[in-house]
Design a protein around this ligand. Structure first.
Ligand code: HEM
Length: 146
């Protein structure tokens, strides 16, 4: 029973962290940036910088939660992936590899090595694929167990 509660909690943490991280980036790219274009240059820069600074904290806490809960979920499902064979291993391997690239791009943005607009667009596309891979993995595992 205890293990089940932890497994549900970790899955919950993984999904909520993904919602915060991806939702924040989507809101910034699709709503905040176009809206600040209506403001004067100086004001627009200040609003964008303050919002970005506030979001960085949320983003990195979400990434830490994604890594922690993701590794836990991976260990828990490792036997299922083995049973799924090459497809299971390839899907989880690709999912984690894309997640690492996403974190690296986010880091590049945080330290000012990659332009914010590039970080937002690259990471929104990566996130879309990572979420799809998570959904496929879950479906295949449930299907293979039934
Ligand atoms: C090191 C980073 C990560 C690891 C190790 C990891 C690992 C996992 C694992 C093992 C699962 C379970 C799949 C299954 O049910 O078989 C999963 C599901 C999922 N992951 Fe990740 N993940 C990581 C990063 C991310 C990121 C960055 C996102 C979002 C952009 C994300 C979004 C999801 C979603 C939406 C699911 C499906 C949840 C569900 O239906 O239960 N993950 N992840």
């Amino acid at each position: 029973m205890g293990e089940t509660i932890v497994a549900i909690a970790m899955r919950y943490v993984h999904i909520v962290a993904a919602i915060f991280a991806v939702g924040g980036v989507a809101f910034t790219a699709l709503c905040l940036v176009p809206t600040t274009r209506l403001l004067e240059d100086g004001v627009a820069r200040t609003v964008t910088e303050v919002a970005a600074r506030r979001f960085q904290r949320v983003l990195w806490i979400s990434i830490a939660a994604l890594v922690g809960s993701g590794v836990y979920n991976w260990i828990l499902a490792a036997e299922d992936y083995r049973q799924l064979g090459a497809v299971g291993q390839a899907l989880i391997g690709t999912k984690v590899l894309l997640a690492v690239i996403l974190f690296a791009v986010a880091w590049g943005g945080t330290v000012g090595r990659i332009r914010p607009r590039v970080v937002q667009m690259v990471n929104l596309h990566l996130a879309a694929v990572i979420i799809l891979l998570g959904a496929i993995l879950r479906h295949l595992r449930l299907e293979s167990l039934s």
